[in-house]
Design a protein around this ligand. Structure first.
Ligand code: ACM
Ligand code: ZN
Length: 775
C-alpha cells in the first residue's frame, strides 16, 4: 500500500467521530457503499447535453476524462470536458482539489455539493475525486439518469485496506478481464488488488532471469471432467496445454491502469509451499530434487516445497523478488506462507543442517527462518511483507503484517503483538464458498457465505482493545479459482458479494442496515446488468426451515430469504410457482407427503431461483430416534428428528439435512407408540470421496416385538467400492415385512478409516445418513 494511504488511515482514526446523517426527504439514493453523510436540499440538478465537466486542476485531467467515459454509456453521449480554473459555471460539474486540506475526509474522501445550477466535487486528492465520481455515477444510475438531487455529501472510507484477491493460478484469467476487474473495484471504492500469481497449479508472471517459470511452470494438463480433488497428483501422459501467464509489459500496463483508479496491486509470490509450478521448472530447489510436474488439480498435503536448507533457494527467490519489486511499486509484497507441510524438511539433510546451524527449535522454526530471511531482503529494498496467518508459527518476522484467513485468531494474535493485520476469515470473506443452496448452485469448494453473511462481517474483532484495533488495516474478499474455470464464473462468485464487502470496509459501522442495503441492491443489480456482469441472484433464493411438530405429527415449513420484503410464492402440488400462486405469509403446516416449490418475485417477475423440496411423511415420521453414537455437532442435520423428518438429503453433504458420524457407526432405534406392521425399511447414505465421506460397509435391519430383544430382519452389504469417486447416494431397502412390532433398529457400519491411496488414508472416515423411511 502507498505510504500516504497508511498515513491517512491514522487520520480517519483521529477523526473517528463519524457523523452519519442520512436526512432522506423525498429522495432515496441507492449509493453503495453507503456514504458517511448525506443531506438533501430542495430541488434537483438536471444533467443534459449542455452540461460541462469542468476540470479545475491539471492533476484532475484523468479524473474528468474518466468521468466522461464512465457516463457516456449511461447517457448515450460523451459530456464535454473543459479546463477552467477559478470561475464557477452554471450547468456544470466541477472537479476541484481543496486548497486547504480537509482533515476529516483524508486521502480518499470527497465532498459533493449539488444545487439546481451546478455540482462541485472537491477532495484533497485525485483519489477522493475518483470516489466522488463513483457516487455521482450511482446518483445518475438510480431513478432518473438526468436528475440529480440537490444535496451535500461528505464521504470517506472506514478502512485503508479495502481488498479483493484473485487466484489466477488454479485457473488462468485473461488480461482483459483483469482490466474489467480494476474498473469494478473502483466502482465499489476498493483499493487493493491482491494478485495471487503463484500456486502449485501455475506460475503466472514472467521472470526474465528464470524463463522456465513460465515456459514450464505456467502449463498443466487440465482434467475438467474430474473433480479438482480427484485428479491425480501427476499426469505426465497428456500434453500440458492448459495455462498462460502475464508478460512484464502486460503487468506494468495493468499496474498503471490500476494506479489511475487508486488501486494498489499487491503481488503474491508464494513460499515455501504452493510452489509445485516453480519446482516443475527448477526441481533442484526442492528437498528431493524430484520433478513431479505441474499438478492438474488438488494437492494435499503440500509436501513438495522449496528446500529451506539450500542457499540456491534464497538466491532464486531474491532474484525473482528483484524483478517483482521492479514491476510492482506496492509497499507490500505478499509472500504467501500458508499450508506448508514440512514432511520433506524433516528428512532433508540440508534442512536439518540449517535447523542445527541456526539454532532453530524445529521445522516451524525453519519456516520462520525462511520468512524472516525473505523479510530482511525485502525490507532492505524498502518493502514490507504480508503473509497468511501461518507465518505466526515458529515466530513472526519482526515487521511482517498478517492476513488472517483461518478465522480471526491469527489476526487477533498478530495485532496483540503490535503487527498490522488484514482480516480475511474464510467464514465471511472467502468468495469461493457457496452463496446459496448447493443443490442449485454451480459446484463450489463448500461453505456457506451468503450475501447477508458478508454484509454482517465486522473486521474489528471484539477481542481487540481500541489501541490494537488501529492495527487492523481493513478486510478483503478472497477468490480462489479451483472451481471457477472461466471469468464468467468468477463474476458469478464475486458479484454481488463484493458490494456487501465494499460497504463493510468503506461505510461507518453505525450505518450498516441490511434492509436498506437490500433496497439499494435492486439498483446495483441493474448496474451490473448494464455493465454486462454475470452476477448471481442467489440472495433471492428461498431456504426452507422444516420443523417437526410431534404433537400434531406435522411438518411446519418456514420459508426464509435474506432479501428484505421479498415476495415469495409457493405451490404444494409440484407445479412451478406463478404470479397467481399463493403468497407466503406465515409458516405452512403439512400433515401429508407433498412437493413444495418456491420462487421469489422481483418487480412481478420470478428470479427463477426455484427451491424444490419433497417431504415424505412416512410411518416413522416424527417418531423419537435413539442414537447409540452421537452425530458430529457440525453435521447434525435438522436436529433430533432429522432421521425421521420426512426429508432426504441431496448430494451436497452440507445441505443441512445430513447427519455425519466421524469414525463411528450409525445405530438408530425407533420406537413406535403402538403395535405396528411394516412392509419396508429404507435408509440412505452418501459417498463423497473428495470430502472423506464413505458408504457404510453394510446395513443391518432389526425389529423388536417387546422393545428390548431385537431379531435381524435383513442385512445389505455395500456393493460400491470405497474408492468410487464423485458424489453418490445409495438407498438400502429391505422389503421383509414384520407385524406387531414396537421398535426397529438400523445399524450402519462405518468403514472407520479412509482407504489406501486416499489423501486422508488411515484417518477417520465420515458416514452421512439423512432419512430412515418406514412403510
Ligand atoms: C489460503 O486460503 N490457503 C490462504
Ligand atoms: Zn531441504
Amino acid at each position: 500500500m502507498k505510504n500516504t494511504l497508511r498515513l491517512f488511515f491514522y487520520c480517519y482514526l483521529i477523526t473517528s467521530f463519524i457523523t452519519c446523517k442520512n436526512h432522506q426527504q423525498n429522495f432515496q439514493t441507492s449509493i453503495i457503499p453507503q456514504p458517511v453523510e448525506i443531506r438533501f436540499n430542495k430541488g434537483t440538478f438536471n444533467f443534459n447535453q449542455d452540461t460541462k465537466l469542468i476540470c479545475e486542476d491539471k492533476s484532475l485531467d484523468f479524473s474528468a476524462q474518466y468521468a466522461a467515459a464512465l457516463w457516456e454509456p449511461i447517457h448515450g453521449y460523451k459530456p464535454d470536458v473543459e479546463q477552467k480554473i477559478g470561475s464557477e459555471s452554471k450547468n456544470s460539474i466541477a472537479f476541484r482539489l481543496l486548497e486547504n486540506p480537509e482533515m476529516e475526509i483524508g486521502n480518499e474522501g470527497y465532498i459533493l455539493e449539488i444545487n439546481s445550477e451546478k455540482a462541485v466535487l472537491s477532495a484533497n486528492t485525485p483519489a477522493g475525486i475518483l470516489y466522488g465520481i463513483q457516487t455521482i455515477t450511482q446518483l445518475m444510475d438510480s431513478e432518473n439518469i438526468r436528475v440529480l438531487p440537490s444535496c451535500f455529501i461528505k464521504d470517506y472510507p472506514r478502512f485503508a485496506w479495502r481488498g479483493l484477491h484473485l487466484d489466477v493460478s488454479r485457473h488462468f484469467m485473461p488480461l482483459e478481464f483483469m482490466y474489467k476487474l480494476m474498473d469494478y473495484m473502483a466502482m465499489h471504492k476498493l483499493n487493493v488488488f491482491h494478485w495471487h500469481l503463484v500456486d502449485d497449479q501455475g506460475w503466472r508472471l514472467e521472470i526474465k532471469k528464470y524463463p522456465k517459470l513460465t515456459g514450464v511452470g505456467a502449463w498443466r494438463v487440465d482434467m475438467l471432467h474430474l473433480h479438482w480433488n480427484e485428479r491425480p497428483l501427476i499426469n505426465d501422459t497428456e500434453n500440458a496445454s492448459y495455462g498462460g501467464f502475464y508478460t512484464q509489459d502486460e503487468i506494468r500496463a495493468l499496474v498503471a491502469y490500476a494506479d489511475e483508479r487508486n488501486i494498489t496491486v499487491v503481488p503474491e509470490i508464494e513460499m515455501p509451499a504452493h510452489v509445485m509450478s516453480a519446482l516443475a521448472a527448477y526441481p533442484e530447489l526442492s528437498c528431493t530434487g524430484e520433478n513431479l510436474g505441474v499438478p492438474p488439480g488438488g494437492v494435499w498435503p503440500i509436501t513438495h516445497i522449496y528446500c529451506a536448507g539450500k542457499d540456491e533457494t534464497f538466491t532464486f527467490l531474491e532474484n525473482v523478488l528483484l524483478e517483482v519489486m521492479d514491476l510492482f511499486p506496492s509497499e507490500y509484497i505478499h509472500i504467501g506462507g500458508d499450508e506448508a507441510d514440512k514432511t520433506n524438511w524433516r528428512s532433508c539433510t540440508k534442512c536439518q543442517a540449517r535447523i542445527k546451524n541456526e539454532n532453530l527449535a524445529d521445522e516451524d522454526g525453519l519456516q520462520s527462518y525462511f520468512i524472516q530471511r525473505i523479510e530482511r531482503f525485502l525490507n532492505e529494498h524498502g518493502r514490507k511483507i504480508i503473509g497468511w496467518d501461518e507465518i505466526l508459527e515458529g515466530g513472526l518476522a519482526p515487521n511482517a503484517s498478517v492476513m488472517s484467513w483461518r478465522g480471526e485468531q491469527g489476526g487477533i494474535e498478530a495485532a496483540k503483538m503490535g503487527h498490522h493485520v488484514v482480516m480475511t476469515p474464510g467464514s465471511h470473506c472467502y468468495f469461493d464458498h457457496y452463496q446459496g443452496d448447493p443443490a442449485i448452485e454451480p459446484l463450489a469448494i463448500g461453505g456457506n457465505t451468503t450475501l447477508k453473511k458478508v454484509y454482517n462481517y465486522e473486521p474489528i474483532p471484539t477481542e481487540l482493545t481500541a489501541e490494537e484495533a488501529k492495527l487492523v488495516l481493513g478486510a478483503q474478499a478472497n477468490v480462489w479459482t479451483e472451481y471457477m474455470p472461466t471469468k464468467a464464473h468468477v463474476e458469478y462468485m464475486v458479484f454481488p458479494r463484493l458490494a456487501a464487502m465494499a460497504e463493510v470496509v468503506w461505510s461507518p459501522k453505525e450505518t450498516r442496515n441490511w434492509a436498506d442495503f437490500s433496497r439499494r441492491m435492486e439498483h446495483q443489480y441493474r448496474r451490473y446488468k448494464r455493465l454486462g456482469i454475470n452476477y448471481s441472484q442467489s440472495a433471492f433464493q428461498v431456504s426452507v426451515k422444516p420443523e417437526v411438530n410431534p404433537t400434531n405429527r406435522s411438518l411446519v415449513l418456514s420459508l426464509i430469504t435474506e432479501v428484505n420484503d421479498s415476495k415469495i410464492r409457493y405451490t404444494l402440488d409440484g407445479s412451478i410457482p406463478g404470479s397467481n400462486s399463493p403468497m407466503y405469509k406465515r409458516p405452512v403446516e403439512i400433515n401429508e407427503s407433498a412437493t413444495l416449490k418456491v420462487a421469489v418475485f422481483l418487480n412481478g417477475i420470478s428470479t427463477n431461483q426455484i427451491l424444490e423440496r419433497s417431504f415424505d411423511l412416512h410411518k416413522a415420521f416424527a417418531t423419537e430416534v435413539e442414537l447409540q453414537y452421537p452425530t458430529s455437532t457440525k453435521y447434525d442435520g435438522t436436529g433430533a428428528y432429522s432421521l425421521v423428518d420426512g426429508i432426504s438429503g441431496s448430494k451436497h453433504f452440507n445441505d443441512g439435512f445430513w447427519k455425519g458420524f466421524l469414525g463411528d457407526d450409525m445405530i438408530a432405534t425407533i420406537r413406535f407408540q403402538k403395535l405396528t406392521d411394516i412392509s419396508s425399511i429404507e435408509v440412505d447414505a452418501l459417498q463423497n470421496y473428495a470430502s472423506w465421506i464413505f458408504l457404510p460397509e453394510k446395513v443391518v435391519f432389526e425389529v423388536s416385538e417387546d422393545g428390548s430383544s431385537f431379531r435381524k430382519l435383513d442385512e445389505i452389504a455395500t456393493d460400491i467400492p470405497q474408492d468410487e469417486k464423485g458424489k453418490l447416494i445409495k438407498h438400502y431397502k429391505t422389503t421383509q415385512s414384520a407385524e406387531n412390532i414396537t421398535a426397529i433398529r438400523v445399524s450402519m457400519k462405518n468403514p472407520g478409516t479412509c482407504p489406501p491411496g486416499h489423501s486422508g488414508e488411515g484417518q477417520k472416515s465420515w458416514l452421512f445418513v439423512s432419512e430412515i423411511i418406514v412403510r
